[in-house]
Design a binder for this molecule. Structure first.
Ligand code: ZN
Length: 233
């Protein structure tokens, strides 16, 4: 009999959430894992295709849920076509928020994920947020996640537990973890670029961070190999 608890992974189709999906399959056993993907009106609809492809490759049940309020609020480069994503990763001294910050996104995602999980008898929720190497997003910090976990437990009267396996990892360590848990083939179909480009643009802050991580880990990015290597889909 299967004794491990069930887990729900918030899968965006990006590098970190894809790594977390395979981490969860190792920790909880693949049959106990499912994924939720939010359609929040992101400009780059390719993210949703990537998440579907990755869930299919992993053999994991995936549910897509709509949240259209972020696009209505606007004011950020990920949901508003009139705003161009900032280029180049920021240095630590810069404390302003980049225009790719979608205010409240992780709070809402995790609250909906916890609500969805509670209807399915799932206590464990996995998210790929990290406070190291992050772009200055306050809702990726551990203190935010701990406070939210407490609020979810109280508000849902549940034992909701938020797992953040990447929280204190550098991007290079995240690449090493992806190798350990067998996520590399799926990472060839992940999507990170803020400009929605395939092959990735290589210039935006998100591409820069991703490339730096693979470089430091001494590993070729399977997405770059797939999309620039002339391989047919
Ligand atoms: Zn890019």
């Amino acid at each position: 009999m299967n004794k491990l608890p069930k887990a729900l992974v918030v899968l965006s189709g990006g590098q970190d959430s894809t790594t977390c999906l395979f981490w969860a399959m190792r920790e909880f056993g693949a049959p106990n894992v499912e994924a939720v993907t939010f359609d929040y009106g992101q400009r780059h609809r390719i993210e949703l295709d990537c998440a579907r492809t990755i869930a299919r490759m992993a053999g994991i049940r995936q549910t897509e849920l709509p949240i259209d309020t972020f696009a209505a609020i606007g004011g950020n480069a990920l949901t508003d076509n009139s705003i161009t994503p900032e280029e180049n990763a920021r240095d630590d001294a810069d404390t302003t928020l980049p225009n790719t910050f979608v205010p409240g996104r992780n709070l809402i995602f995790l609250t909906f994920a916890a609500a969805f999980a509670s209807t399915r008898g799932i206590d464990h929720i996995v998210t790929g947020v990290a406070q190291t190497d992050y772009s200055g997003y306050p809702d990726c910090r551990e203190n935010t996640l701990k406070a939210l976990e407490l609020a979810l437990r109280l508000g849902l009267d549940s034992r909701a537990t938020l797992h953040t396996p990447l929280m204190f990892m550098s991007k290079a360590e995240t690449v090493q973890l992806a190798q350990e848990v067998g996520a590399m083939p799926a990472l060839a179909y992940s999507h990170t670029c803020y400009n929605g480009a395939v092959p990735p643009c290589g210039r935006c802050a998100s591409c820069e961070l991703r490339a730096k991580g693979f470089l430091e880990a001494g590993v070729d990015d399977p997405l770059v190999v797939r999309t620039q290597g002339g391989e047919h889909e």
